[in-house]
Design a protein. Structure first.
Ligand code: CTP
Length: 209
């Protein structure tokens, strides 16, 4: 049976009202490359794809999401059916506490937007995972604190491995990441185009079942 890989990719759009949202600069490129690489390796791929410009690869199941709430429902629906979750989505840390159904009018007054924390979606999956499931997260950090903070996230979120990504990766064609594993192993394949890094990571996942 092919390995069932669930991949999340892209930013979240956290709605303020019907026309406005809070977002981030994630392009989803890494997640899209991972979906194509996993498909090419013969995996059964489901991609939860946020609002990005690129088209999803053909030959996989793609389910679009917009907000962190949508992504939460999709993970609730899809996670139990996967062997491996690769959580490449750039999920918002905060979202507007209330949603205005309509368009908020402009006034001459200052406006305060109250934000609430978004639950940690990958940590939630990890807390409920079966022993046969594996979860790989991503961490985007400044280079000086990258390893330390990524290792903290790996432990705090209960992941099997985390891709520690320097901030320069955002919007770049190449990636110079380190894979930090729960057993303490660290692997650095060197600076690579995102498609090649995706192939390398899928190879690692397939070889360490
Ligand atoms: N993540 C998640 N849910 C969130 C925030 C992040 O599932 N609400 C996941 C991301 O998809 C990624 C990993 O957690 O796989 C690390 O994301 P990152 O934004 O680097 O970490 P945070 O927990 O948001 O920590 P910080 O904001 O302090 O960097």
């Amino acid at each position: 049976m092919p390995l069932r890989v669930l991949i999340t990719a892209g930013p979240t759009h956290e709605p303020i009202d019907r026309v406005r949202y809070i977002a981030n600069r994630s392009s989803g490129a890494m997640g899209l490359a991972l979906a194509a690489a996993a498909r090419d390796a013969g995996c059964d791929v489901t991609l939860l794809l946020g609002p990005v410009a690129g088209d999803p690869p053909t030959g996989i199941t793609t389910l679009p999401y917009s907000s962190s709430k949508d992504l939460t429902s999709q993970l609730d629906h899809c996670f139990s059916g996967c062997d491996v979750l690769i959580m490449a989505a750039a999920v918002a840390d905060y979202r507007p506490k209330t949603y205005a159904d309509g368009k908020l009018p402009r006034t001459t007054n200052a406006m305060t937007l109250e934000l609430e924390p978004v639950p940690d979606l990958v940590a939630r999956c990890a807390a409920g995972k079966r022993p046969d499931q594996r979860i790989i997260g991503f961490a985007l950090e400044e280079p000086q604190v990258l390893r330390k903070r990524a290792t903290e996230k790996l432990k705090r979120k209960g992941l099997d491995a985390i891709v520690a990504n320097p901030l320069a990766t955002m919007g770049a064609a190449d990636i110079d990441a380190t894979l930090i594993c729960a057993n303490g192993d660290t692997l650095t394949p060197g600076p690579l185009p995102k498609a090649d890094f995706a192939k390398w990571l899928v190879g690692w996942i397939s070889g360490t079942g």
